[in-house]
Design a protein around this ligand. Structure first.
Ligand SMILES: Nc1ncnc2c1ncn2[C@@H]1O[C@H](COP(=O)(O)OP(=O)(O)OP(=O)(O)O)[C@@H](O)[C@H]1O
Ligand SMILES: [Mg+2]
Length: 296
């Protein structure tokens, strides 16, 4: 299978090149191509992971379908055979890893939902007993499940890190009704997906949604519940009170931490076995979520 790092398509304007995905303008639609790039510690690594882009794209498409009763989404077409004819000659590059979506005006708030306490949420809780303006029970320890899923939005920064924002402040900026709507939908999406995932052996500890506006309707956009936008933990290895293993990037993180890379300069290449094992982890994630043998 072809590895895909950079993507260029003649006569299509590239709107954006993210850490992992490339977005191209297609009149009032967007072509999103998920590459095999991988990031860790906020860096794009020099190595590509075979099949990663295909798997991430297919996981997102699975969730868009599974969750469409909660809210409509931007997906128009995921079958490359039905893409516009002029894209035919890029079939090898695009197949399995591309979708055509409705172009929307993205709502500038990242809708984070947390079902477990970890990462920046845990740091904040340790200092204040709260996350944003939400008071949490005392004595929660690292990676504990929260009594109920919480909505902890961040701003969407053009460059640099997104900044946490309290729900009250978000309401002042974006309007109470809008924030209530985004909160309700985000939590519903998370609940439906995480209840499904746990039956397949995956804990979705937290995730991030982006919504956009089209024809005056709010729909789910961007990617949905992939290992890139969420923390996936293997259920059979879950032990609260300590750091959890990451479903997909554990080998990568372990390897990088074992080197003398300073986390400021260009990261090192990953050894072959780390690449292979990571690719296998993505395949395992796909097979658990989609409940189907992965084939290309
Ligand atoms: N349907 C859509 N219409 C318009 N913009 C969209 C749509 N879906 C997603 N986007 C936007 O496209 C961009 C995708 O960028 P991408 O996720 O690849 O990079 P990023 O978010 O900047 O960085 P990262 O690699 O860390 O995710 C995001 O800004 C997202 O809000
Ligand atoms: Mg993104």
């Amino acid at each position: 299978m072809k590895l895909v790092g950079d993507v260029e398509i003649e006569n299509l304007e590239k709107l954006r090149s993210g850490k992992v995905r490339e977005m191209f303008s297609l009149d009032d639609r967007i072509l999103i191509v998920t590459t095999d790039r991988i990031s860790a510690f906020d860096f794009i690594l020099p190595s590509l992971i075979p099949l990663k882009g295909i798997i991430l794209n297919k996981i997102s498409v699975f969730w868009f379908n599974y969750l469409k009763d909660v809210i409509d989404n931007h997906l128009i077409e995921s079958d490359v055979g039905r893409f516009p004819k002029f894209l035919k000659r890029y079939k090898d590059t695009l197949s399995g890893r591309s979708i055509i979506v409705k172009k929307v005006k993205i709502y500038p708030i990242e809708c984070v939902v947390r079902g477990y306490i970890t990462g920046s949420g845990l740091e904040e809780y340790k200092k204040t007993g709260m996350i944003g303006d939400l008071k949490l029970p005392r004595n929660l320890s690292k990676c504990d499940r929260l009594p109920e899923a919480i909505f902890t939005p961040t701003t969407k920064e053009v460059s640099g890190h997104d900044v946490a924002i309290t729900i009250n402040k978000a309401k002042k900026i974006f309007g109470a009704e809008m924030i209530e709507f985004l909160k309700k939908k985000s939590i519903e999406l998370y609940m439906k997906a995480s209840e499904y995932a746990i039956r397949q052996g995956i804990i979705i500890a937290d995730t991030k949604f982006e919504f956009g506006i089209t024809d005056d309707k709010i729909i789910l956009a961007d990617e949905a519940l992939t290992p890139d936008s969420s923390r996936f933990w293997p259920l059979d290895e879950y032990v609260p009170g300590r750091e959890q293993k990451s479903f997909d990037k554990q080998y990568v993180r372990d390897y990088l931490l074992s080197t003398n890379w300073d986390r400021r300069s260009t990261p090192p290449e990953l050894p072959h076995d780390v690449v292979e094992k990571t690719s296998e982890r993505y395949i395992a994630a796909y097979e658990k979520i989609v409940v189907e043998k992965f084939k290309v």
